[in-house]
Design a protein around this ligand. Structure first.
Ligand code: NAD
Length: 337
């Protein structure tokens, strides 16, 4: 019998790709999104239009922060698995609109956790971010290293989500897996991210703003590799703790909880990245050199050995190949030459 899964953020970049993959694998997929206007809602609706053709897909227009609507959703059919991808994303935007991060990433995530508790789901997976590593982490970033120096409210909200999930795993025995994604790119991507903006700006002959005078490295990870990592983890739930009316032992952190990096394990200098993009677009970029932005980190670099060991994950897509697929999609979608 098909299993039922709830994917929040289904109109978003990663959520859309995950739903597509799950539908091909026979899951009954419930997608949730509030279709907010952080970036072009038409792009979100276009993604959803592809999913809504499929008989196994059901869409819910719900805001995670709406407690009543969330309670209603979780009193409906039972979800075997929940994947929480809905969030206010973006480091820089968190300096301008902090309330959006509190609403979606803290209040909203608390509602997801409550729903998972009410339904005693088999597994909750949730999006975290490489940004939790913040200022002082050693490279490559390891899930075993402490992460208590977030540089933005976005990063702090993602770290807070990990801690909230840990407490629910500990108290209520909900198997929880946190997914620290590293700079995800690909077709149907996010227009607020650098690779997407640079493509638009280079094609339009506009200058591209390059922060920290280009002295940055990012572990760019192709969307299909991210989805492969998530899908492999769906049935790799941390050992469920027996539901008990007894108080858990507060002195242990023996919770059914895990964290994984999902990244490419190959950091690329921003200027090398721009050179590949110029090559694929057959245009030179007009670079506007700018200082470091508040909230940014200099480099990201995922140690993915934990994920490799757990589910045999290794990223398969070299940056040039993945970017070529993105550029093809972009030209086609926007009819841009
Ligand atoms: P996205 O913005 O494309 O998708 C998020 C979706 O969630 C959007 O469609 C948005 O409308 C929806 N949403 C936001 N707040 C909501 C709310 N309160 N209620 C219901 N829906 C809401 O982002 P994405 O790139 O697909 O990212 C998915 C997840 O992965 C996010 O949690 C993000 O923080 C995390 N992440 C992404 C990246 C990346 O590089 N894309 C890197 C690290 C972490």
């Amino acid at each position: 019998m098909s299993r039922r899964i709830l994917v929040t953020g289904a109109g978003g970049f990663i959520g859309y790709h995950l739903c597509r993959r799950l539908l091909t694998e026979g899951w009954i997929v419930h997608g949730l999104d509030n279709l907010n206007a952080y970036y072009d809602p038409a792009l979100k609706r276009d993604r959803l239009a592809h999913l809504e053709n499929h008989p196994g897909f059901q869409f819910h227009t719900v805001d995670l922060a709406d407690r009543e609507a969330m309670t209603g959703l979780f009193t409906g059919p039972h979800f075997d698995v929940v994947v929480n991808l809905a969030a206010q994303a973006g480091v820089r935007h968190s300096l301008q609109d902090p309330a959006a991060y509190v609403d979606s990433n803290l209040v909203g995530f608390a509602n997801v956790l409550e729903g998972c508790r009410a339904q005693a789901v088999d597994h909750l997976l949730f999006a975290s971010s490489s940004s939790v590593y913040g200022a002082n982490a050693r490279l490559p970033y390891s899930v075993h290293d402490g992460v208590d120096h977030p540089l933005s409210l976005y990063a702090a909200s993602k770290r807070a989500g990990e801690l909230m999930a840990h407490s629910y795993a500990h108290l209520f025995g909900i198997p929880c897996t946190g997914l620290r994604f590293f700079t995800v790119y690909g077709p149907w991507g996010r227009p607020d991210m650098a690779y997407f903006r640079f493509t638009r700006q280079i094609l339009a002959g506009e200058p591209i703003p390059v922060f920290n005078h280009g002295q940055m490295r990012r572990d760019f990870t192709y969307i299909d590799d991210i989805i492969e990592g998530v899908v492999r983890l769906l049935d790799f739930a941390p050992r469920p703790a027996p539901m008990s009316t007894e108080r858990p032992d507060p002195s242990t952190s023996d919770a059914p909880f895990r964290l994984y990096n999902i990244g490419n394990h190959t950091p690329v200098a921003l200027l090398d990245f721009i050179a590949i993009l110029e090559d694929l677009l057959a245009r030179k970029a007009d670079i506007e050199w700018l200082p470091m932005q508040a909230g940014d980190v200099i480099a990201t670099y995922a140690d993915v050995s934990e994920l490799q060991e757990a589910v045999g994950f290794s990223p398969a897509t070299p940056l040039r190949d993945g970017l070529a697929r993105f550029v093809d999609w972009y030209r086609n979608y926007y009819d841009a030459s």
